[in-house]
Design a protein around this ligand. Structure first.
Ligand SMILES: *Cc1c(COP(=O)(O)O)cnc(C)c1O
Length: 379
């Protein structure tokens, strides 16, 4: 089945009791057992729920994976992956991570004896020098947030396989419509479903997709034992959102391209970060591993201090100043004070997350209105 058909149908069948086309919201915590252990595969909703199960099958199908697990947030999904590790283990990860991931690694798991190397991954070969016998996981984000660097998934996975290291890819920014890390050799794909997959800024959710049966069993154990699993109502909302994922992504990419081109020559814009430009440092890798370049764009404002950046960030009328991304509505975000506030300034400066940086999540509104809004806000 092709992508759009899977987005609409995978994991879903007419409800056996009524024929309902849409998977019902099974709003129940527990299930009747005829005699102890004699049930229909559902015992308690922390571990299994039919609405969530349909969603997990659909999510797995979209990443060409065998298994899917939904979590009550993206961070809940990341937390479960990190719990595969033990004290003394080491993780190699990027130096331009989502702020919440950086915070979890440095403030939670570092205290449990796990060591993290935050490195530049623009050249995948750079990973090799940080590998030792304790290295158990490589964690990458691509495109990175917010500077849209591209990491070569296939090249990193070749290194992880030779060294028997698990490779997890946070695929939130690309979405499965643009990129499928498992096809490129990743072991686990992580998503903040809150973003493009949900797509309507109305749910917080996370997910993991993977192929290996044993790894799935280990992760399912953590998922059920620790309990960061989403409820049936949220699962339903995401199932509904997924049905238009391919249509939304197409529109995000089209609008993103036009806005990136408009901003590239704008006199108020200094740097622009978008992997679709041929002069982006890893454009060729983006072209190789992504189907299109998405609607996430970051810019720095020429000569703007924090005050001027705030003034511009607050003057949009169609774009909303808000955290998050990937919804149908266009958002603008100031990473230094919003999404990346938990990363120290010294670390932010290294990767170019400066006071005058703004990140756009281009939505699917009419392009004329978005361009007009940028024009007035940057005037
Ligand atoms: C939002 C986000 C997360 C965290 O997901 P939540 O659903 O907010 O918990 C992780 N990684 C990336 C790239 C994100 O954008």
């Amino acid at each position: 089945m092709k992508f759009g058909t899977k987005a609409i149908h995978a994991g879903q069948e007419p409800d056996p009791s009524t024929g309902a086309i849409m998977t019902p919201i099974y709003q129940t915590s527990t299930y009747w057992q005829k005699s102890p252990g004699d049930n229909k595969g559902f015992e308690y909703s922390r571990g299994t729920n039919p609405t969530r199960k349909a969603l997990e099958s659909c999510l797995a199908a979209l990443e060409n994976a065998k298994h899917g697990l939904a979590f009550s947030s993206g961070m809940g999904a990341t937390d479960a992956v990190m719990k595969l590790l033990s004290p003394g283990d080491e993780v190699i990860t990027g130096d331009d991570l989502y702020g919440g991931t950086y915070r979890m690694f440095t403030k939670i798991f570092a205290n449990y004896g796990i060591k993290f190397h935050f490195i530049n991954m623009n050249d995948a070969q750079n990973v090799k020098q940080y590998i030792n016998q304790n290295t158990k996981m490589i964690w990458i984000e691509t495109p990175t947030n917010p500077t849209m660097q591209i990491v070569d998934i296939e090249a990193v996975s070749a290194i992880s396989k030779v060294n028997n290291i698990l490779l997890t890819v946070d695929n939130t920014f690309a979405s499965p419509y643009l990129q499928n890390p498992i096809d490129l050799g990743a072991d686990i794909v992580m998503h903040s479903v809150t973003k493009y997959l949900g797509g309507h800024s109305d749910v917080v959710m996370g997910a993991l997709m993977l192929n290996d049966d044993d790894l799935y069993k280990r992760l399912w154990f953590i998922y059920n034992a620790c309990g960061a699993t989403p409820g049936p109502m949220d699962s339903f909302l995401v199932l509904r959102g997924l049905k238009t994922l391919h249509l939304r992504m197409k529109a995000h990419c089209e609008n993103g391209r036009q806005i990136a081109e408009y901003l590239k020559t704008h006199p108020k814009v200094d740097k622009i970060y978008w992997p679709g430009f041929t002069d982006h440092p890893n454009h060729n890798i983006a072209k190789k591993q992504m189907r299109d370049f998405g609607g996430m764009i970051s810019i720095t404002l020429k000569g703007a201090d924090l005050k001027e950046t705030f003034r511009i960030a607050s003057s949009f009328k169609v774009f909303s100043l808000a955290e998050s991304l990937g919804g149908v509505e266009s958002l603008i975000n100031h990473p230094v004070t919003m999404t990346h506030g938990s990363i120290p300034k010294s670390e932010r400066d290294k990767v170019g997350v400066t006071d005058n940086l703004l990140r756009l999540s281009v939505g699917v509104e009419d392009i004329e209105d978005l361009l007009d809004d940028l024009k007035q806000a940057l005037s």
